[in-house]
Design a protein around this ligand. Sequence first.
Ligand code: AHG
Ligand code: MN
Ligand code: MN
Length: 331
Amino acid sequence: MRTNKVISLSQFIADQQNKFPDANGDLSKIFRDIKFAAKIVNRDVRKAGLVDILGAFGTVNVQGEDVKKLDIIANEEFKSSLTLGGDCCAIISEEEENIHHIETTLNKDSKYIIAIDPLDGSSNIDVNASIGTIFSVYKRKSPIGGPVTMDDVLQKGVNQVAAGYIIYGSSTMLVFTTGQGVNAFTLDSSIGDFCLSHPNIKIPTDGNIYSVNEGNYDQFEQSTKNYIDYCRNSMDKKPYSARYIGSMVADFHRNLLKGGIFIYPSTKDSPNGKLRLMFESNPMAFITEQAGGIATTGDTRILELEPTEIHQRNPVIMGSSNMVRKAVSFR
Ligand code: AHG
Ligand code: MN
Ligand code: MN
Protein backbone atom coordinates (compact mmCIF):
# COMPACT_ATOMS: atom_id res chain seq x y z
CA MET A 1 0.00 0.00 0.00
CA ARG A 2 1.26 3.50 -0.77
CA THR A 3 0.34 6.87 0.60
CA ASN A 4 -0.06 9.87 -1.67
CA LYS A 5 1.39 12.42 0.66
CA VAL A 6 4.78 12.04 2.26
CA ILE A 7 4.72 11.45 6.01
CA SER A 8 8.01 11.86 7.81
CA LEU A 9 8.99 9.75 10.81
CA SER A 10 8.78 12.78 13.12
CA GLN A 11 5.31 13.65 11.83
CA PHE A 12 4.15 10.06 12.21
CA ILE A 13 5.42 9.84 15.79
CA ALA A 14 3.85 13.18 16.67
CA ASP A 15 0.52 11.97 15.22
CA GLN A 16 0.76 8.74 17.20
CA GLN A 17 1.79 10.53 20.37
CA ASN A 18 -1.60 10.50 22.08
CA LYS A 19 -1.90 6.77 21.45
CA PHE A 20 1.25 6.13 23.52
CA PRO A 21 0.60 4.92 27.06
CA ASP A 22 2.72 7.81 28.41
CA ALA A 23 2.03 10.61 26.02
CA ASN A 24 4.57 13.07 27.37
CA GLY A 25 6.79 13.16 24.32
CA ASP A 26 9.79 11.36 25.81
CA LEU A 27 9.46 8.37 23.52
CA SER A 28 9.40 10.59 20.45
CA LYS A 29 12.63 12.16 21.70
CA ILE A 30 14.17 8.68 21.92
CA PHE A 31 13.17 8.12 18.30
CA ARG A 32 14.63 11.51 17.37
CA ASP A 33 17.96 10.41 18.88
CA ILE A 34 17.90 6.95 17.28
CA LYS A 35 17.05 8.53 13.93
CA PHE A 36 19.95 10.97 14.22
CA ALA A 37 22.48 8.24 15.07
CA ALA A 38 21.06 6.05 12.30
CA LYS A 39 21.72 8.80 9.76
CA ILE A 40 25.32 9.16 10.93
CA VAL A 41 25.89 5.38 10.87
CA ASN A 42 24.23 5.25 7.46
CA ARG A 43 26.71 7.84 6.24
CA ASP A 44 29.60 5.78 7.62
CA VAL A 45 28.26 2.56 6.13
CA ARG A 46 27.84 4.21 2.72
CA LYS A 47 31.45 5.32 2.66
CA ALA A 48 32.82 2.20 4.32
CA GLY A 49 34.72 1.20 1.22
CA LEU A 50 36.31 4.63 0.89
CA VAL A 51 37.75 5.29 4.32
CA ASP A 52 39.58 3.31 6.94
CA ILE A 53 36.63 2.10 8.90
CA LEU A 54 36.75 -1.44 7.61
CA GLY A 55 38.91 -4.12 9.12
CA ALA A 56 39.56 -5.43 12.57
CA PHE A 57 39.44 -3.21 15.62
CA GLY A 58 42.97 -2.64 16.89
CA THR A 59 44.67 -2.57 13.52
CA VAL A 60 46.49 0.56 12.39
CA ASN A 61 45.76 2.49 9.18
CA VAL A 62 48.26 3.99 6.75
CA GLN A 63 48.35 7.24 8.70
CA GLY A 64 49.38 5.25 11.77
CA GLU A 65 46.01 5.89 13.46
CA ASP A 66 43.99 3.20 15.19
CA VAL A 67 41.28 1.80 12.95
CA LYS A 68 37.91 1.53 14.60
CA LYS A 69 35.65 -1.16 13.34
CA LEU A 70 32.21 -0.07 12.18
CA ASP A 71 30.49 -1.89 15.07
CA ILE A 72 32.51 0.18 17.54
CA ILE A 73 31.80 3.41 15.66
CA ALA A 74 28.08 2.60 15.52
CA ASN A 75 28.06 1.83 19.24
CA GLU A 76 29.66 5.19 19.99
CA GLU A 77 27.26 7.07 17.70
CA PHE A 78 24.13 5.61 19.27
CA LYS A 79 25.47 6.13 22.79
CA SER A 80 26.42 9.69 22.04
CA SER A 81 23.10 10.61 20.44
CA LEU A 82 21.07 9.01 23.23
CA THR A 83 23.23 10.72 25.86
CA LEU A 84 22.99 14.17 24.28
CA GLY A 85 19.25 13.75 23.77
CA GLY A 86 18.81 13.42 27.53
CA ASP A 87 15.91 10.95 27.56
CA CYS A 88 17.63 7.66 28.29
CA CYS A 89 19.10 6.71 31.68
CA ALA A 90 21.00 3.55 30.67
CA ILE A 91 22.03 1.54 27.65
CA ILE A 92 22.93 -2.08 27.27
CA SER A 93 24.80 -2.88 24.11
CA GLU A 94 25.99 -6.02 22.40
CA GLU A 95 29.36 -4.27 22.29
CA GLU A 96 29.62 -3.74 26.06
CA GLU A 97 29.88 -6.20 28.88
CA ASN A 98 28.02 -4.21 31.51
CA ILE A 99 25.27 -1.61 31.85
CA HIS A 100 26.27 1.78 30.45
CA HIS A 101 24.85 4.23 33.01
CA ILE A 102 24.14 7.75 31.77
CA GLU A 103 24.35 10.05 34.72
CA THR A 104 24.12 13.55 33.30
CA THR A 105 21.56 15.76 35.02
CA LEU A 106 19.05 15.37 32.20
CA ASN A 107 19.47 11.64 31.67
CA LYS A 108 19.38 10.47 35.24
CA ASP A 109 15.84 11.80 35.53
CA SER A 110 14.64 9.91 32.49
CA LYS A 111 12.84 6.61 32.55
CA TYR A 112 13.91 4.83 29.38
CA ILE A 113 16.51 2.11 28.94
CA ILE A 114 17.77 1.12 25.49
CA ALA A 115 19.08 -2.28 24.45
CA ILE A 116 21.03 -2.11 21.20
CA ASP A 117 22.90 -4.23 18.70
CA PRO A 118 24.60 -1.25 17.03
CA LEU A 119 25.81 -3.20 14.00
CA ASP A 120 24.16 -6.47 13.15
CA GLY A 121 25.59 -8.73 10.47
CA SER A 122 29.10 -7.44 10.95
CA SER A 123 30.62 -10.27 8.90
CA ASN A 124 28.90 -8.64 5.91
CA ILE A 125 30.48 -5.20 6.33
CA ASP A 126 33.60 -6.00 4.35
CA VAL A 127 31.69 -7.59 1.48
CA ASN A 128 29.14 -4.83 0.88
CA ALA A 129 26.07 -6.84 1.86
CA SER A 130 23.16 -5.56 3.96
CA ILE A 131 23.74 -4.88 7.64
CA GLY A 132 21.62 -3.27 10.33
CA THR A 133 21.04 -1.88 13.80
CA ILE A 134 18.53 -3.42 16.22
CA PHE A 135 17.08 -1.67 19.27
CA SER A 136 14.57 -2.07 22.09
CA VAL A 137 13.14 0.49 24.48
CA TYR A 138 12.16 -0.44 28.05
CA LYS A 139 10.91 1.61 30.97
CA ARG A 140 12.93 1.30 34.18
CA LYS A 141 11.16 -0.34 37.11
CA SER A 142 13.05 1.36 39.95
CA PRO A 143 12.31 4.98 40.90
CA ILE A 144 13.60 7.69 38.57
CA GLY A 145 16.78 9.41 39.79
CA GLY A 146 18.28 6.38 41.57
CA PRO A 147 20.85 4.00 40.12
CA VAL A 148 19.67 1.78 37.27
CA THR A 149 19.74 -1.83 38.46
CA MET A 150 20.13 -5.20 36.76
CA ASP A 151 16.43 -5.70 37.45
CA ASP A 152 15.62 -2.60 35.39
CA VAL A 153 17.67 -3.89 32.50
CA LEU A 154 16.80 -7.58 32.51
CA GLN A 155 13.14 -7.32 31.62
CA LYS A 156 11.08 -9.76 29.62
CA GLY A 157 10.41 -8.91 25.99
CA VAL A 158 6.71 -8.40 26.73
CA ASN A 159 7.75 -5.24 28.60
CA GLN A 160 9.24 -3.58 25.52
CA VAL A 161 7.75 -0.13 24.94
CA ALA A 162 9.14 -0.03 21.42
CA ALA A 163 11.48 -2.01 19.21
CA GLY A 164 12.88 -1.60 15.76
CA TYR A 165 15.71 -2.01 13.35
CA ILE A 166 17.48 0.01 10.72
CA ILE A 167 18.54 -1.85 7.61
CA TYR A 168 21.42 -0.39 5.61
CA GLY A 169 20.57 -2.14 2.36
CA SER A 170 19.99 -1.04 -1.20
CA SER A 171 18.05 1.67 0.59
CA THR A 172 18.11 2.53 4.29
CA MET A 173 14.95 1.82 6.24
CA LEU A 174 13.79 2.15 9.81
CA VAL A 175 11.19 -0.45 10.77
CA PHE A 176 9.61 -0.22 14.21
CA THR A 177 6.71 -0.96 16.51
CA THR A 178 5.41 0.74 19.61
CA GLY A 179 2.88 -2.05 20.08
CA GLN A 180 0.43 -0.66 17.53
CA GLY A 181 1.49 -2.53 14.44
CA VAL A 182 4.66 -2.25 12.41
CA ASN A 183 5.56 0.64 10.14
CA ALA A 184 8.59 1.17 7.93
CA PHE A 185 10.23 4.40 6.86
CA THR A 186 12.71 4.75 4.02
CA LEU A 187 15.50 7.29 4.21
CA ASP A 188 15.18 9.82 1.41
CA SER A 189 18.75 11.03 1.26
CA SER A 190 17.76 14.02 -0.88
CA ILE A 191 15.76 15.48 2.02
CA GLY A 192 17.67 13.70 4.80
CA ASP A 193 14.59 12.25 6.44
CA PHE A 194 12.85 8.91 6.90
CA CYS A 195 9.50 8.83 5.07
CA LEU A 196 6.66 6.38 5.65
CA SER A 197 6.95 3.84 2.85
CA HIS A 198 5.39 0.66 4.28
CA PRO A 199 2.47 1.43 6.59
CA ASN A 200 1.02 -1.27 8.84
CA ILE A 201 3.15 -4.19 7.66
CA LYS A 202 1.63 -7.64 8.06
CA ILE A 203 3.83 -10.67 7.50
CA PRO A 204 2.14 -13.13 5.12
CA THR A 205 0.61 -16.06 7.02
CA ASP A 206 2.40 -18.45 4.69
CA GLY A 207 5.62 -18.15 2.76
CA ASN A 208 8.10 -20.26 0.86
CA ILE A 209 11.42 -18.94 2.17
CA TYR A 210 13.36 -20.67 4.93
CA SER A 211 16.42 -18.94 6.36
CA VAL A 212 18.85 -21.01 8.38
CA ASN A 213 22.58 -21.63 8.28
CA GLU A 214 22.41 -25.08 6.69
CA GLY A 215 26.18 -25.38 7.00
CA ASN A 216 25.49 -26.28 10.62
CA TYR A 217 23.03 -29.05 9.63
CA ASP A 218 25.03 -31.86 11.21
CA GLN A 219 25.07 -29.92 14.46
CA PHE A 220 21.28 -29.50 14.66
CA GLU A 221 18.81 -31.47 16.78
CA GLN A 222 16.90 -34.17 14.92
CA SER A 223 13.66 -32.12 14.91
CA THR A 224 15.40 -29.18 13.20
CA LYS A 225 16.95 -31.54 10.64
CA ASN A 226 13.53 -33.05 9.99
CA TYR A 227 11.98 -29.63 9.35
CA ILE A 228 14.81 -28.66 7.00
CA ASP A 229 14.39 -31.97 5.17
CA TYR A 230 10.69 -31.15 4.86
CA CYS A 231 11.50 -27.72 3.38
CA ARG A 232 13.92 -29.28 0.91
CA ASN A 233 11.45 -31.94 -0.19
CA SER A 234 8.04 -30.49 0.51
CA MET A 235 5.40 -32.17 -1.60
CA ASP A 236 2.70 -29.77 -0.33
CA LYS A 237 3.57 -27.23 -2.99
CA LYS A 238 6.59 -25.86 -4.83
CA PRO A 239 9.62 -26.65 -2.66
CA TYR A 240 10.78 -23.88 -0.43
CA SER A 241 13.61 -21.53 -1.32
CA ALA A 242 16.60 -21.24 1.00
CA ARG A 243 17.73 -17.64 1.54
CA TYR A 244 20.40 -16.83 4.12
CA ILE A 245 22.83 -13.93 4.07
CA GLY A 246 23.99 -14.11 7.70
CA SER A 247 22.68 -10.67 8.75
CA MET A 248 19.65 -11.25 10.93
CA VAL A 249 18.23 -7.84 10.01
CA ALA A 250 18.46 -8.55 6.28
CA ASP A 251 17.17 -12.13 6.51
CA PHE A 252 14.37 -11.05 8.81
CA HIS A 253 13.40 -8.04 6.69
CA ARG A 254 13.04 -10.12 3.53
CA ASN A 255 10.88 -12.66 5.31
CA LEU A 256 8.76 -9.95 6.92
CA LEU A 257 7.87 -8.51 3.54
CA LYS A 258 7.66 -11.71 1.51
CA GLY A 259 6.69 -14.37 4.04
CA GLY A 260 9.15 -16.88 5.42
CA ILE A 261 10.74 -18.41 8.46
CA PHE A 262 14.01 -17.45 10.14
CA ILE A 263 15.68 -20.09 12.28
CA TYR A 264 18.78 -19.96 14.45
CA PRO A 265 18.44 -23.19 16.39
CA SER A 266 20.41 -24.82 19.16
CA THR A 267 23.44 -26.76 17.98
CA LYS A 268 25.56 -29.44 19.64
CA ASP A 269 28.19 -26.84 20.54
CA SER A 270 25.75 -24.03 21.42
CA PRO A 271 22.60 -25.44 23.03
CA ASN A 272 21.14 -21.92 23.24
CA GLY A 273 21.96 -21.04 19.66
CA LYS A 274 23.82 -17.85 18.83
CA LEU A 275 21.38 -14.97 18.92
CA ARG A 276 21.16 -12.71 21.93
CA LEU A 277 17.85 -12.37 23.73
CA MET A 278 18.17 -8.72 24.72
CA PHE A 279 19.71 -7.45 21.48
CA GLU A 280 18.31 -9.62 18.70
CA SER A 281 15.59 -12.07 19.73
CA ASN A 282 13.32 -9.81 21.79
CA PRO A 283 13.13 -6.83 19.45
CA MET A 284 12.62 -9.03 16.40
CA ALA A 285 10.05 -11.12 18.28
CA PHE A 286 8.08 -7.98 19.20
CA ILE A 287 8.09 -6.85 15.57
CA THR A 288 7.16 -10.35 14.37
CA GLU A 289 4.16 -10.56 16.68
CA GLN A 290 3.05 -7.03 15.89
CA ALA A 291 3.14 -7.97 12.20
CA GLY A 292 0.98 -11.04 12.88
CA GLY A 293 3.73 -13.68 12.97
CA ILE A 294 5.05 -16.03 15.66
CA ALA A 295 8.40 -15.95 17.48
CA THR A 296 9.37 -18.90 19.65
CA THR A 297 12.35 -20.85 20.89
CA GLY A 298 10.47 -23.97 19.79
CA ASP A 299 9.23 -24.45 23.35
CA THR A 300 8.52 -20.95 24.65
CA ARG A 301 7.25 -17.65 23.31
CA ILE A 302 10.42 -15.54 23.06
CA LEU A 303 8.79 -12.47 24.62
CA GLU A 304 8.05 -14.52 27.76
CA LEU A 305 11.64 -15.64 28.34
CA GLU A 306 13.04 -14.52 31.69
CA PRO A 307 16.42 -12.86 31.14
CA THR A 308 19.08 -13.68 33.69
CA GLU A 309 22.11 -12.03 32.08
CA ILE A 310 22.69 -9.23 29.59
CA HIS A 311 24.33 -11.35 26.90
CA GLN A 312 22.29 -14.53 27.16
CA ARG A 313 21.40 -16.43 24.01
CA ASN A 314 18.36 -18.40 22.95
CA PRO A 315 17.22 -20.52 20.01
CA VAL A 316 15.01 -18.67 17.52
CA ILE A 317 12.21 -19.72 15.20
CA MET A 318 10.29 -16.71 13.88
CA GLY A 319 8.24 -15.58 10.93
CA SER A 320 5.04 -16.45 9.07
CA SER A 321 2.64 -18.06 11.51
CA ASN A 322 1.80 -21.18 9.50
CA MET A 323 5.46 -21.85 8.77
CA VAL A 324 6.47 -21.48 12.42
CA ARG A 325 3.60 -23.75 13.50
CA LYS A 326 4.75 -26.33 10.98
CA ALA A 327 8.38 -26.12 12.16
CA VAL A 328 7.34 -26.51 15.80
CA SER A 329 5.16 -29.51 14.91
CA PHE A 330 8.36 -31.45 14.10
CA ARG A 331 9.54 -31.15 17.70
P1 AHG B 1 26.41 -9.60 14.94
O1 AHG B 1 27.01 -9.16 13.65
O2 AHG B 1 25.65 -8.50 15.63
O3 AHG B 1 27.37 -10.31 15.85
O4 AHG B 1 25.24 -10.64 14.62
C1 AHG B 1 25.46 -11.71 13.74
C2 AHG B 1 24.33 -12.68 13.91
C3 AHG B 1 23.10 -12.40 13.07
O5 AHG B 1 23.05 -11.19 12.43
C4 AHG B 1 23.07 -13.50 12.06
O6 AHG B 1 21.78 -13.94 11.87
C5 AHG B 1 23.94 -14.57 12.65
O7 AHG B 1 24.84 -13.94 13.51
C6 AHG B 1 24.69 -15.34 11.61
O8 AHG B 1 25.40 -16.34 12.23
P2 AHG B 1 26.09 -17.55 11.42
O9 AHG B 1 27.23 -16.96 10.67
O10 AHG B 1 26.51 -18.52 12.50
O11 AHG B 1 25.04 -18.14 10.53
MN1 MN C 1 23.61 -9.08 15.75
MN1 MN D 1 26.42 -6.62 16.35
